[in-house]
Write a new protein. Sequence first.
Length: 170
Amino acid sequence: MLRVKNSRIFVPATILYAIFVFYLSVTSNIGNIKHLLDNTLGEAIIQILTAAHLSIILKFLVGSLHFVERQSLDPGHIGIYFGLGVLLYFMFLSSRNKILEKHAAAFAVFTGTSYGILNEFFQTFLPYRTASVADAFSNILGLVLAQICVIIFVLVLSSVQNKTVEEAVN
């Protein structure tokens, strides 16, 4: 498995990202952020994919978004916790503790799930926010999807590195 050596950057990056997630979960007005993501970033992605003649990817993304919304899941929660899951994975992977390193994906899902449930719990005390099981499930789904993608990425990267080493030896 890939070893991330001397990468202490993941600890502060994960903490800062977790603070950002907490800020979003207790903020009453996140309309500006949604507007930025929907209009600015969303439009940019659509234009890039259309210009690159990758409309099949665009159709897949839009279809996936509609599917997720029909399941009463929150795509925002999935995306935010996907990012948290990636950072948690690399934070645990770069740990000096061999158990955390070996089981980075499991610890990332457990830690992220605990954090997400805690955020939902805090929202029960805020008059302008509501906690929901669907949001908690969306958080978990984002974490699990992140682990799947990161593990595939790490396996592919390891395979490429091994192939490069073999070619250098031959």
